[in-house]
Structures are given as structure tokens and as C-alpha cells.
Design a protein around this ligand. Structure first.
Ligand code: MSP
Length: 523
């Protein structure tokens, strides 16, 4: 059994959760659930980023004291995770003085000990929306185009982190595969940054201007700048800096930090440099996803095009939403969400796809075999193989016709399909893994059309039984592959076919039960 540690970014609590946050939660959950399915000891962390000017300003606007304000938005993020059926093992929030502060402070001290923190004067433009210093070339008509507001001009004393020192070490870490960045094009973005050479970064702000944060150790006049505070969550949650660091010892380094492309620089340059400075191992993979857009633009409160995930889940259920975001939106590209596309995918692939298949097969078993299929033995299963062409959707080159003609469904599932599915997840190609499951569903539908068990039952009951047995096995294999994506549906399918586990060896007899449509048709 190996360990697996995956994180989402921690979400800003300046506004309620939106579709983009749901996206991050869902993708990370899919990967975490896949690893649990494989038996890995998995730790999945999510949480909220609660400090900084942006959050303080939102609280002020709402006319609520900051701690009260952040607590209520935090609860909303917890609720989001719960309605989306997210299986996180922990939830860290940066205002947590007991669990988060010690880790952030210890990290700061380590960087200081390494001689990488110094005091200087910062002069520049600050975009509160980004919680980052920006430059002239980021502006359009004097405004930040993402937040539609002019930056603040700032001249102040800050502590700096000697990021420049880590340009070469980071190049090496990437070159020697110590730090993998996926997809490749995002690794190239880091390479270009490194080619330009990294510049030192501001690491604190004066407490008189921003006091909502963690005080700099040894200097109360300065507050840690959001990124040192926020990035530390990945280790503070594991107990780094607290009395018991055993979880940190066990799970660090992270196997995957899932991040959106807008926070690439922080995770591929700043964070690894900080870890190198502190003498800590680097995360294995930074998995960078695109943004889900609405109406062709980045979704943001400022632009007023925010999609509310709670509404969608209320209307369609969590699994449908999880399905759409993980299959119909490309992980590595920017995607687009529209209700029309979502409704069409729901109808086409869930109502008519998964739901119909499961119902159709179980209904036949009910009417022809009183709901029960016993063990039928390999020979009979092999006598009703998948038709020719069942490899097409897997993009496998066929060696010879004879080889593909005689796959029984269990053989196909265990020797070919599952391996392809595992391969897809090994490179975090979540969409491809979902495509494999849905490609298989299509094969199963064709298999029904090929053997026509509803006719076969009149002429050859034994063969019809073998066909329905194979189709049940197929339904369970589908359920297993869908588990990371649509956990509730998947577990429901197991129940419908009367088996208790995802272990293929236990799928010998089936006892189907009546059930409501998995995905009810929408008006
Ligand atoms: N607080 C920082 C992250 C600190 S991690 C140490 C932050 N928060 S955020 O709430 O603005 O964004 C959190 C994540 O949500 C980011 O990875 C971001 O890319 C993602 N998304 C925000 N909007 C999004 C979409 N419209 N689509 C997909 N993901 C998007 O940044």
C-alpha cells in the first residue's frame, strides 16, 4: 500500500463559492477517490484562505467583523464540499491559530535561518483582487482587466524573500524530474519564467495597513504577506510546526497539488523555492487545470457572471454536476459552462446512457429470471463474447481479427479496459478515464443490440442467461470505473445488482432489485 497526498488550493473567503471552486473540489476528489479505490492510503486536503486585504475589505463592505465574516463564508465552503460529496480528510483554514499559525511561523523562521529573508523598500502597483503586485504590462487602460479596477500605488517597507537565489536550483529540480508540472505546456511556462530569471518577492506588509494576518515572527510591525501564509497550509495541516509532526512525516511531500492556471507561478516557482530554502522535499506533481468560463469570460464577482454550484446540485444532483465538469470540460484547457450544454449532456449521457442501461438490463433479469442469476462458469461466458471492434474506443491497435473477436466481457474488463483506465489516471488524464468508462458503456449498449437477449430468451434461454450475466458484470465494471466521478450513482449500481464490493472476484451471482431511475428525465 502506498501513500497518496493530494490538495486543492485553499479558497479565498471574500465571496461565496462559485463554479470554479466546485471544479477544483471535484477534480481533486476524483483523483483522491481513484487512489482509495486502488487501496492507497490517501490524504485529501482542502480549505480556505482567510487573510489579506481582499478578505478584510469584503468584511468591511458587508459591515461584519472580519472573524465573523470569514467564519460564515468558510462554512459555505464546507457546505459546498458536503453537497458535492467531496471526500476530503481534512479542512484547513488559515485563520486557525492553533492548527495553521505554527506551521506558517516555523516555515518563515526556516527561510530566515537560510538567510533568504531581508528587509527592503517596495515600490509598485498592487491589485487587491489578485492579492499581488502587478506591473504596467498587466494593465489595460490603467486597470487590471480581471478585476476591472485600478491598482493601488504602494511604497512601503517589506520583508523580501530571496527568490532569485532559486532560479538555478529550480531549473535542476524540473530537469531531473524532482518536480513534475502537468500538462507539459505549463512546465514550459515555468521554464520561460526561469529563463528570464526570478526576482525577489515581497513577503510581508506593514501591520498598520494590513493587520488581518499572521504577524511576522520577531517583528509585530509587519504581517506575513498572503502567499507565505497561504502556501504553508499544505504542510501546516499535516502538523508541521506543531507538537505532533507524524502526519507530516508520513504524507509529505504531496503527490499532487491541484491548481488553476492563474496561480501557476505561486505553485511552480514560489512554493518550491520556499521548500528548497527550508530544506524540505518538493511536491511530486503540480497539476494545472484551465479555467471554466461563463459567457467567454473568466467568472468573477466583479464581472457579475458567477454560476452558483448549489443551485445546479439542487436541480440535477451532485453526480450529474461532477460528471459534466470532469468529462465534458477539458482538464488542461479552458472550458465553458452553459446550462444548455449541461442539460444536453445530462439527457444524452446520464438519462439515456448510464440510467437506461442499468434499468434495461436489470428489468430483463427480473422478468426472465425472477431477478436472480447464478454462477454460470467461464465457458458459457466465453461463448457470448464482445463483438468485433470493441477496442476501437481505446485506440488500441488490433493485432488480428481473431484476437479481438473472442473477448468475454470479464476478460475484456480485466485484461484490457481496466489497464487503460489505470494508465489514464497515472498521467492524471481524468477526462480520458471518464471517456474510457463511457466508451465501454457504448460497447455494452451495442452488445445488447447484437445479442438481443429479449429475443434470445424465446429460443435459447441458456444463452440469454449468459448474455445477461455478462451485461451485469459489465454494469458493475462500469460502476467501478465511475466511482471516482459519480460515487453515489456507482454505489447505487452495486446495490441494484446485489453485490457488496468493487472487487471483481466477488461478482459471481447477481440478485437485482427494483429501483428508481438513476437519473430522472428533466422536463
Ligand atoms: N487563495 C488562493 C489560492 C491559495 S493556494 C495556497 C486563490 N483562491 S481562489 O479562491 O481565488 O481560487 C482558488 C482556485 O479556484 C484556484 O485554483 C483557481 O484557479 C480556481 N478557480 C477560480 N475560478 C475558476 C474558474 N472559473 N474555473 C476553474 N477554476 C477556477 O487563488
Amino acid at each position: 500500500m502506498s501513500k497518496f497526498y493530494i490538495t486543492t488550493p485553499i479558497f479565498y473567503v471574500n465571496a461565496p463559492p462559485h463554479l470554479g471552486h466546485a471544479y477544483a473540489d471535484i477534480i481533486a476528489d476524483i483523483i483522491a477517490r481513484y487512489h482509495r479505490l486502488r487501496g492507497d492510503e490517501t490524504f485529501f486536503l482542502t480549505g480556505t484562505d482567510e487573510h489579506g486585504a481582499k478578505v478584510a475589505r469584503a468584511a468591511e463592505k458587508a459591515g461584519v467583523e472580519i472573524p465573523k465574516f470569514v467564519e460564515s463564508v468558510r462554512e459555505n465552503f464546507r457546505k459546498l464540499a458536503s453537497v458535492l460529496n467531496i471526500s476530503n480528510d481534512d479542512f484547513i483554514f488559515t485563520a486557525d491559530e492553533e492548527r495553521h499559525f505554527p506551521g506558517a511561523i516555523k516555515l518563515w523562521k526556516k527561510l530566515e535561518e537560510a538567510g533568504d529573508i531581508y528587509k527592503g523598500v517596495y515600490e509598485g502597483m498592487y491589485c487587491v483582487g489578485h492579492e499581488a503586485f502587478i506591473t504596467e504590462k498587466d494593465l489595460e487602460d490603467g486597470k487590471c482587466p480581471d478585476h476591472n479596477e485600478a491598482p493601488q500605488i504602494i511604497k512601503e517597507e517589506n520583508y523580501f524573500f530571496r527568490l532569485s537565489k532559486y532560479t538555478e536550483p529550480l531549473k535542476k529540480a524540473v530537469e531531473f524530474g524532482e518536480l513534475a508540472i502537468l500538462p507539459k505546456k505549463r512546465a514550459h511556462e515555468l521554464s520561460s519564467l526561469l529563463e528570464e530569471g526570478l526576482r525577489d518577492i515581497s513577503f510581508s506588509r506593514p501591520s498598520k495597513d494590513i493587520s488581518w494576518g499572521i504577524p511576522v515572527p520577531g517583528d509585530q510591525t509587519q504581517t506575513m504577506y498572503v502567499w507565505c501564509d497561504a502556501l504553508a497550509n499544505y504542510i501546516s495541516a499535516l502538523g508541521y510546526g506543531r507538537e505532533d509532526e507524524s502526519k507530516f512525516q508520513k504524507f509529505w511531500p504531496a503527490d499532487v497539488h491541484l491548481v488553476g492556471k492563474d496561480i501557476l507561478r505561486f505553485h511552480t516557482a514560489f512554493w518550491p523555492a520556499m521548500l528548497l530554502s527550508a530544506g524540505l522535499p518538493l511536491p511530486k506533481t503540480i497539476l494545472v487545470h484551465g479555467l471554466v468560463r461563463v459567457g467567454g469570460r473568466k467568472m468573477s464577482k466583479t464581472l457579475g457572471n458567477v454560476v452558483d454550484p448549489f443551485e445546479i446540485v439542487k436541480n440535477y444532483g451532485a453526480d450529474a454536476f461532477r460528471y459534466y465538469l470532469s468529462r465534458e470540460v477539458g482538464l488542461f484547457e479552458d472550458g465553458e459552462f452553459t446550462e444548455e450544454k449541461f442539460a444536453a449532456a445530462y439527457e444524452g449521457n446520464l438519462v439515456k446512457g448510464v440510467g437506461n442501461y442499468v434499468r434495461r438490463v436489470s428489468t430483463m433479469i427480473e422478468s426472465y429470471f425472477a431477478g436472480s442469476l447464478g454462477e454460470i462458469g467461464e465457458e458459457r461466458v466465453a461463448a457470448v463474447p464482445l463483438r468485433k471492434g470493441s477496442l476501437d474506443f481505446l485506440n488500441i491497435e488490433k493485432k488480428s481479427d481473431s484476437e479481438i473477436e473472442f473477448f468475454s466481457i470479464p476478460y475484456f474488463v480485466n485484461e484490457i479496459l481496466w489497464k487503460k483506465y489505470v494508465e489514464a489516471f497515472a498521467s492524471y488524464e481524468v477526462n480520458r478515464a471518464a471517456d474510457i468508462a463511457f466508451g465501454f458503456l457504448k460497447e455494452l449498449d451495442s452488445y445488447v443490440d447484437d445479442y438481443k437477449p429479449f429475443k434470445l430468451i424465446e429460443t435459447d434461454k441458456e444463452k440469454a442467461e449468459a448474455v445477461l450475466w455478462s451485461l451485469s458484470y459489465g454494469a458493475l465494471a462500469l460502476a467501478k470505473m465511475l466511482y471516482p466521478f459519480m460515487p453515489a450513482t456507482s454505489e447505487e449500481i452495486l446495490k441494484i445488482y446485489g453485490v457488496e464490493s468493487f472487487d471483481q472476484n466477488s461478482w459471481k451471482t447477481f440478485k437485482v432489485s427494483k429501483h428508481a431511475q438513476l437519473f430522472p428525465k428533466k422536463e
